[in-house]
Each structure stands twice: as C-alpha cells, then as structure tokens.
Design a protein around this ligand. Structure first.
Ligand SMILES: O=C1O[C@H](COP(=O)(O)O)[C@@H](O)[C@H](O)[C@H]1O
Length: 233
C-alpha cells in the first residue's frame, strides 16, 4: 500500500492523470488493451477532470464498473449515466466501450448478466483489471462492500448483487474481493476532512474495514489522499 499525500483536490486530479496515463500506456504496449474499472461518488468528479488530459489510445480501453446502482440509466444515481453525460464527450471514448448494467432486471439477474459480459470481455474467467479506480465512503466502504456485510466474505461470485445497501439506492451490483485483489493496480482518491477519521482508522490503526482489504495479491494499491483527509495520519 502506497500513500501519496497531496495538497488539495486539484493535486489529486493532477496525480491521478499521470498514474492513469502511465498504467494505461504500459497495459496497451504490453497486452494491447487497457481494462479499467470505474467507481461512482466522488471518483466521478476526479475522473471527469483528469481523464481528458490523458494521452492514450482511447480505442484500446475496455471500461467496466467497480460497482453500479440498479437504476435506470437516465437516473441521477446511475454511475454509467453520469459518465455518459459528463466524461465521454470530453474524451475519445465511445459508449460501446463500457460494460454496462442490463436494464429492467433484478439486482441478482443484473449481477449474473454482468458476469457474463465480463467473461466475454476478458475472454474467460480470469477477470484481471489493469486498474481499478476506487472511492471510499466515511464508513470505510468501497465499491458496494459495506462494513459488516456478508458480501465482504464472498469468494465464489466475481460480481454480486446487494439489495440492502445502507447507502441509497439499496439495490446495486459490486465486484467482490477476489476480483478486486486480482487487479494489477488499485487507486483510491480521497479528499476532505469528513474522511480524516476513517483514513486514520485504516492506514494508521490498521482497522479491518472494507477499503483496507484492498490489497492486490500481485499488484499495487495507491492511496492518493489530500491534506484534509490525511490530517490524522
Ligand atoms: O456509493 C458509493 O460510494 C463509494 C464512495 O463514494 P464517495 O462519494 O464517498 O467517494 C463509491 O466509491 C462507490 O462507487 C459508490 O457506489
């Protein structure tokens, strides 16, 4: 786990852009594709600012979601819907490069169908992302993996449904830890004083909270944290 302390949100955006540029170009040069997982919440804001600056071959990107809300695509809560409106027009990406949630089905059905789409994208069962772009809530959740939830211990399903998310909306799908910790790189972007406590609990006190379980077996985890969020380290 590497902690990168930066001054403010602008520096988070700068740092994120340079990491993404390097990781995407390394992946494209070595394997011809760049597999990336996106999160919702505050990560959207950082990616909408940093990705348009990245010098990369956009056509080689394959984009999935670390978690997604089971809502209509035109809902404010849809993570893909938000990227579609706010990010795609600012980059060379096309809608068709995103692996999106099937509409009009239950969370369980959506998780099964999403798994099928990932099998096609990865050409098999080994879902190895080059990069997962992660956020963390003030309770320590990441993706839609919440403290104390049984999904933290899911070892069989690569993508699981959750219908009792403590943070609305309640119905979501999420990658599980076997896939998260199979990634080559994970990057958290964390800002703001309201996250200072949980940042300390995880990075200093080593408390067992979901975001602290992100520890890729053969990869790297980076925490880009601004001064306010790092205040208690
Ligand atoms: O609900 C969610 O929350 C987390 C954290 O959000 P943040 O706004 O505190 O950064 C986010 O990473 C996840 O994708 C989202 O569905």
């Amino acid at each position: 786990m590497t902690t990168i302390k930066v001054r403010d949100e602008q520096e988070i955006i700068n740092k994120l852009a340079s990491y993404i540029e390097k990781i995407s170009n390394d992946a494209i040069n070595s394997r011809g594709r760049f597999y990336v997982g996106l999160s919702g919440g505050s990560t959207v804001k950082y990616l909408c600012e940093s990705l348009p600056r990245v010098d990369t071959e956009w056509s080689k990107w394959v984009l999935a979601f670390c978690d997604e809300r089971v809502v209509a695509e035109d809902s404010e809560d849809s993570t893909f819907g938000t990227y579609k409106r706010r990010l795609i027009p600012k980059t060379g990406l096309k809608n068709s490069q995103f692996i999106v949630l099937k509409q009009g089905v239950t969370a369980q059905e959506a998780a099964v169908e999403y798994t099928q789409q990932l099998k096609i994208a990865f050409n098999g069962d080994n879902f190895k992302f080059d990069l997962l772009l992660l956020g963390m809530g003030p309770d320590g959740h990441t993706c839609s993996l919440f403290p104390g939830h049984p999904l933290l211990d899911e070892v069989n399903l690569p993508v699981a449904a959750i219908t009792d998310s403590p943070k609305p909306p309640p119905e979501r799908i999420t990658l599980t830890f076997p896939v998260i910790n199979n990634a080559r790189n994970c990057i958290f972007t964390i800002s703001g004083g309201e996250k200072a406590d949980v940042v300390k609990r995880i990075l200093k006190d080593k408390e067992d909270l979901p975001a602290g379980r992100v520890n890729p077996i053969a990869g790297s985890a980076y925490w880009i944290v601004d001064d306010a969020a790092a205040a208690k380290l």
